[in-house]
Design a protein around this ligand. Structure first.
Ligand code: ATP
Ligand code: MG
Length: 353
């Protein structure tokens, strides 16, 4: 459900600008399916992005330029995603049945009463989800993105010499990634979670279609902070420990219980998100597919599965994508799960709905 903001070529770079790591994916469309053209990541300094909004546009632009130069990225047309509960909001509403055209006319009016932000300050988009059991009614997902947040991203990308053509929502990019890589079963309820350093995106898909999206400001930084507090470490050392690298003063074994207690709040927030889906009339969730940095933490998936009582699988964003030999299979295996949103963005084209 991207906001289309320009016309571009068919080559698009999916750029997922996370608060700790930038992920870039480019895919080539084949007759059947896709082939990987480019995948890489680049670290972003602390505090450049906070709750999905740009706090330091100069540093962001500089970092993007470094990334582009070092990795010789040529593609200029960019698809990005918004995330974070104060930047973008997705809500499912029931309205009388009408065509897409009719709804385009009336969406601002329909949306106004559901949006917690002043209507003049947001871009609105929507997606018709399907008919409701009640005759003459249909479900629609409305998306409201803060104009100033969108403008900020567009401005920074343009200043970097890039051409933003699609602005999507992270949760919907996840459902795109799912559709591309997994066999769709009609009534299967799957909760897609992308848990990064500071934000968690959830998208519930039923039969492959998104029915609910929710973002929370909870992420693996909480684990880094717990390690820092417990062992009096710098941020950098705590990050290494979290990634399974023993330090001179602290071993990975010693860190494990602290990592797991730091993960507690993340587990609670996942449970809360699933509960939210249930209170919205959702059915039983059959499976969780987990992406983002959290999915790389040892034993995290298992802890999550035990806590929630739902099977948890690590996302495989490149599962159905042909990988040419020049790519290091280890890179795809080891950090592939952080690319979920970027893959979903890479298959967006201007004009999609
Ligand atoms: N091997 C690993 N083991 C554990 N954690 C890892 C590993 N590799 C990366 N991480 C952590 O994953 C996080 C980055 O994940 P991700 O790219 O999903 O976050 P992000 O998109 O930058 O953040 P957000 O979207 O929340 O702003 C970092 O906190 C990093 O420390
Ligand atoms: Mg992220």
């Amino acid at each position: 459900m991207p906001f289309n903001i320009g016309l571009g070529s068919s080559r698009i770079l999916g750029l997922d600008i996370g608060s700790s790591l930038i992920k870039a994916v480019e895919l080539k469309e084949l007759k059947t399916g896709y082939e990987l053209q480019f995948f890489d990541t680049y670290p972003l300094p602390h505090d450049v992005i906070v709750d999905g909004a740009i706090m330091d546009s100069i540093r962001l632009s500089e970092t993007l330029k470094e990334f582009i130069n070092k990795k010789k990225i040529k593609t200029k047309d960019i698809a990005i995603a918004l995330a974070g509960h104060s930047s973008v909001m997705v809500k499912r509403i029931a309205i009388p049945e009408m065509t897409e055209e009719e709804l385009s006319e009336s969406i601002r009016f329909e949306a106004e009463q559901y949006i917690p932000f002043p209507i003049d300050e947001v871009n609105i988009d929507f997606q018709i989800l399907g008919p409701r059991p009640e005759a003459g009614q249909m479900d629609v997902a409305i998306v409201a993105a803060k104009k100033d947040v969108v403008n900020e991203y567009v401005t920074v990308l343009k200043e970097t010499g890039l051409n933003p053509v699609v602005v999507d929502v992270a949760a919907f990019a996840l459902s795109n990634m799912y559709e591309l890589n997994y066999e769709i079963e009609p009534n299967r309820v799957v909760a897609l979670f992308n848990i990064g350093a500071s934000t968690m995106n959830m998208c519930v898909v039923v039969g492959g279609l998104p029915v609910l999206a929710r973002d929370s400001s909870v992420g693996t930084n909480m684990i880094t902070e717990a390690l820092q507090r417990e062992f009096h470490l710098s941020y950098e050392d705590a990050e290494l420990l979290k990634k399974g690298v023993s330090l001179q003063t602290v071993s990975v074994e010693d860190a494990e219980p602290v990592i797991m207690s730091g993960a507690e709040e993340i587990l609670i927030e996942v449970a809360r998100s699933i509960d939210y889906y249930r209170t919205q009339g959702g059915e039983e969730v059959h499976e969780i597919i987990l992406s983002g940095g959290a999915s790389l933490i040892k034993n995290f998936n298992q802890a999550l599965s035990e806590r929630i009582g739902i099977e948890v699988r690590t996302a495989e964003p490149f599962r159905n994508i042909k990988i040419p030999k020049k790519f290091d299979p280890l890179l795809i295996d080891e950090i592939g799960p952080v690319a979920a949103v970027a893959v979903g963005l890479a298959i967006r084209r201007p004009g999609d709905r």
